[in-house]
Design a protein around this ligand. Sequence first.
Ligand SMILES: NC(=O)c1ccc[n+]([C@@H]2O[C@H](COP(=O)([O-])OP(=O)(O)OC[C@H]3O[C@@H](n4cnc5c(N)ncnc54)[C@H](O)[C@@H]3O)[C@@H](O)[C@H]2O)c1
Length: 432
Amino acid sequence: MHGVGELAPADPPVLLEQTDDSTVESVNGRAMIGHRPILPEDWSLINGDSRRKIRTMTTPVIRTVGVPKEIKNNEYRVAMTPDGVREFERLGIDVFVETGAGVGASFSDADYRAAGADIVPTAADAWAQQMVVKVKEPKEEEFAFLRPDLTLFTYLHLAAYPTVAHALIDAKCTALAYETVQLDSGALPLLAPMSEVAGRLAPQMGAHYLERHNGGRGVLMGGAPGVQPAKVVVLGAGNVGWNSAWIAAGMEAEVVLFDKNLDRLRWVDQINKGRIVTLASNRGALERNIADADLVIGAVLVAGGRAPVVVTQDMVRTMKPGAVIVDVAIDQGGCIETIHETTHNEPVYELHGVLHYAVGNMPGAVPHTSTYALTNATLAYQLEVAVHGAAGGCRRDAALSHGLNTFAGQVTNAPVAEFLGTPFIEPLAALN
Ligand SMILES: NC(=O)c1ccc[n+]([C@@H]2O[C@H](COP(=O)([O-])OP(=O)(O)OC[C@H]3O[C@@H](n4cnc5c(N)ncnc54)[C@H](O)[C@@H]3O)[C@@H](O)[C@H]2O)c1
């Protein structure tokens, strides 16, 4: 896949590009840049594409995109920033943002308008566009907007939300899920940014609850000159855990990072030059370090499965009164035996004298940062879908085709089909 603002590889040359800040378009058979015809000196700037190719460039398959306000409880993120709008508009794709959609993430209607968006008064106006981009799966009150000629691109987690899956299937909607877009390496590029945010947030939450008036044992992460800092134990050195360890070390805590993957620990060790202590995960080392910890951060993941229980109830019982657990892995069941999911409204509970924090959508606490982190990753894929259409985009880009979950009433993602007990059809076979 090409990045935002880059010329798509030729044949077929589809992205209408670009010399300065303007779009090359075919207007009444004449190639134009912005509002003026192409001048001879412009040709050399168009990455070697011939004049003929410019004249045969197609316009984007999707011409209108809607951005509704998120309606899920405590969801303040928005699917597109004003800078994202600017990218769509420069390709001649109109963006319709529901009024107030960005307020939770600190973007005003005026910010979007300045970037070229149309502000529309109702959700129905945003949903009426050819493509709708969102953050969370559609809620029941949005099901009426689903239809066969709609392309929806958002987090779907259909295995967790079968009602949504059936609504998309029944409506014959073309639905792409951020979380299943997958690179050849197996990496999930549209999940990683939220792991990074949750990982960086975890020590901040932990530090907050370690304060005495918040129920903690009154320990400052960085200690003080002549005073022992907090001991932070991080379980899992992946996207979440590595970011947690990094921030906790930045707060000058004493940090111990566990993982089963020694190569991952080698990598962390080399980068941090010993500032973060790395330990291979085994029962004895865990028991000793958990008992001694002020803050434990859970961040293990076994792809496709429930999180393994790494810290047992007996280990929690050995922890110091007022110590804090932040189990980021809660969305996969959690890796601490005593954990259950909490919400932003009631983030913590106490058990065995230890505060437990396990909010399932931690990035929702910092929607401004999370919106940028999310849209930095999603924008190029959203543009790809808009320019080439869902079918064209999936044919060109295997990573995107993994993202296709439902098409014309069929389920095109294997794990989702297995979970729903419905037939699975390969995305490209369905599209053909
Ligand atoms: N609560 C939230 O808001 C939120 C937000 C983002 C991500 N998450 C979740 O955080 C978890 C971690 O995500 P990630 O992106 O860091 O995953 P990742 O795959 O990048 O990292 C997971 C790490 O866990 C290690 N691991 C697996 N089993 C282990 C064990 N028994 N002992 C020690 N280490 C073990 C793996 O080797 C890997 O390095 C996932 O469940 C993810 O869904 C939650």
